[in-house]
Design a protein around this ligand. Structure first.
Ligand code: C5P
Length: 425
C-alpha cells in the first residue's frame, strides 16, 4: 500500500510511534458511551497523546449521537470501532483481540446503562463484549444525572464492578447539563489522564469507588426514619420522618469507606447499597438493634424516635363505639442516643440530631450536654425539612458551630461525612 497511511495502519503501529507526532509507549482502549460528557473524551484523547499514551476508540451507538467517529479518529490517528458485526473490522482485528490489544481499558463517559451491563455480564454490542472479553484492568469515568448516579441499582453496579477489581474516577460534583447540582459530572480529562498514568504504572492505590476512603477500617452505626409504636394491631403512633437524611448519611459514610450498619424505622425509600440495613419498627427494637451493632467508632442518631409508646398495646383491634373514646396511656421510650452515648460500648464519636422549630442552636447545645454526645446537628424543621429533599444543618460541638448552607440532603450528608472523616484524620 503506497501513499498516505490509512488510519487503521497507524493503529496497528500503536505502541511504537506517533500520535500527534509524539512517541507513544502505552496504549489504551477508550470506550466512549452515550452521554453529553462524550465531548470531554475527545479532549482526553489529546491530553493522553501529549503524555505519550495512544488511544484506540470504540464508539457506542449512544456515543455516536454526541461525537462523531470522524472526530475521535482524527484525534486518535486510528480507526474508530463501532460495530460488533462489521466483517471488515473482524477481518482486521477481531473483537477479542481488540479487547486485549491495549494496556488498559477506559470507559468515558460510563453511562448507567454501560455500568449495568458490565456489572451483569451483558454483552450485546461491541463495547460490552469487549468489556467482558478483556483481560486488562478497566477504569470507569461515570457521567450521568445525579439521581441516576445515586440510585440503588447504579450504586449496586458500581460496587459489583469495584468488588470485581475495576476502578473508578469521579463523578465530580457540580452543575450538570440537566440543570441540577450534585455528583454526576464526568471527571475532567486531566484527572482521568492522571488516573490512567497511575494505573499504567501499576499504581493501584486509586479509590475503588468514588473519592478517597478516609474512613476505611471504621465502623459506623446510623439510625434513621421514624419509629412506629403500636396502639393495637392496626393503629400506631409515629411521625413524618422520611428517613432520607439518615439514609443519605449512611450512604455518604459508606462511600468514604466506613463499614456502616443502618438501623431503620419503617420508610418508603431503598436502602443504600454500601450499608447493612436492619429494619425495625419500635424504639425498643431500634435500641436492641443498635446495641447488637456495637461496638462502633461512629454513631449518628438521625432517627426521629417516638418519645412515647402506648403502655400495653391491645392484642385485638380496639372497637369504637360503646365505651366512648378510649384513653391512651403513654409511657416514655428509651432514649437510644443517650443510652449509647452513656453506655459501656460508647463509640468514639457520637453525633445526635436536634430537630427544632425555634431557638435551634440553644436547644441543640442543651441537648449536647443532656445526651452526652460529642456533636449535635441542629436543624430547623419548621419548613420543608421533614419529608423534603433539602436541609440546613448547624453542627454544634463543644468548640463552636459549623453552619452548613441550605443543601440537598445528599450534599448535607456528604459534608457531614467529610467532617466526620476530618475528625478522625
Ligand atoms: O430529644 P430529642 O428527640 O429532640 O433528641 C433528638 C436526638 O436524640 C436525635 O439524634 C434522635 O435520633 C435521638 N433520640 C433517640 N432516642 C429517643 C429520642 C431521640 O435516640 N428516644
Amino acid at each position: 500500500m503506497g501513499g498516505a497511511r490509512r488510519a487503521s495502519d497507524t493503529g496497528r503501529h500503536l505502541g511504537r510511534v506517533s500520535v500527534l507526532g509524539l512517541l507513544v509507549s502505552k496504549k489504551i482502549l477508550l470506550i466512549i458511551g452515550g452521554g453529553i460528557a462524550a465531548y470531554k473524551s475527545l479532549f482526553l484523547i489529546r491530553v493522553l497523546a501529549r503524555r505519550g499514551i495512544a488511544t484506540r476508540v470504540i464508539l457506542t451507538k449512544g456515543g455516536s449521537e454526541f461525537v462523531t467517529a470522524l472526530s475521535a479518529g482524527g484525534l486518535s490517528g486510528d480507526k474508530v470501532y463501532t460495530d460488533l458485526f462489521d466483517l471488515t473490522d473482524e477481518a482486521e482485528m477481531g473483537h477479542i483481540e481488540l479487547s486485549r490489544s491495549a494496556d488498559l481499558v477506559v470507559v468515558a463517559p460510563a453511562t448507567a446503562d454501560l455500568l449495568a451491563k458490565a456489572a451483569h455480564g451483558i454483552a450485546n454490542d461491541l463495547a460490552t463484549t469487549t468489556l467482558q472479553a478483556t483481560d486488562k484492568r478497566v477504569l470507569y469515568a461515570p457521567a450521568m444525572n445525579l439521581r441516576m448516579w445515586e440510585s440503588a441499582p447504579t450504586q449496586r453496579n458500581v460496587k459489583t464492578l469495584a468488588d470485581d477489581g475495576q476502578y473508578f474516577i469521579g463523578p465530580d460534583e457540580g452543575e450538570m447539563a440537566c440543570g441540577e447540582y450534585g455528583p454526576g459530572r464526568m471527571a475532567e480529562p486531566e484527572a482521568i489522564a492522571g488516573a490512567i498514568e497511575k494505573l499504567l504504572k501499576g499504581d493501584t492505590t486509586l479509590d475503588g469507588l468514588r473519592g478517597p476512603k478516609p474512613l476505611k477500617g471504621k465502623k459506623a452505626l446510623v439510625t434513621a426514619g421514624p419509629t412506629r409504636e403500636p396502639i393495637d394491631p392496626v393503629r400506631y403512633l409515629s411521625n413524618h420522618s422520611s428517613g432520607k437524611q439518615g439514609y443519605a448519611i449512611a450512604a455518604a459514610l459508606g462511600r468514604l469507606g466506613a463499614d456502616v450498619t443502618l438501623v431503620s424505622g419503617p420508610v418508603a425509600i431503598d436502602p443504600p447499597a454500601c450499608a447493612t440495613t436492619v429494619k425495625v419498627e419500635t424504639a425498643q427494637e431500634m435500641l436492641t438493634a443498635c446495641e447488637q451493632a456495637l461496638p462502633a467508632d461512629i454513631f449518628v442518631a438521625v432517627a426521629a424516635v417516638a418519645d412515647w409508646r402506648s403502655d400495653g398495646p391491645a392484642d385485638v383491634k380496639i372497637k369504637k363505639g360503646k365505651d366512648g373514646i378510649p384513653a391512651l396511656k403513654l409511657v416514655e421510650n428509651p432514649d437510644i442516643l443517650a443510652s449509647v452515648s452513656k453506655g459501656k460500648n460508647r463509640p468514639k464519636l457520637v453525633v445526635g440530631f436536634a430537630a427544632e422549630t425555634n431557638d435551634v442552636t440553644e436547644h441543640a447545645r442543651a441537648k449536647l450536654t443532656k445526651k452526652g454526645c460529642d456533636w449535635i446537628v441542629a436543624n430547623d424543621v419548621s419548613g420543608d425539612v421533614m419529608g423534603g429533599d433539602h436541609n440546613s444543618m448547624i453542627v454544634v460541638t463543644e468548640k463552636g458551630e459549623d453552619v452548613f448552607p441550605r443543601l440537598t440532603k445528599a450534599d448535607a450528608a456528604r459534608r457531614l461525612a467529610e467532617k466526620i472523616a476530618e475528625h478522625f484524620s
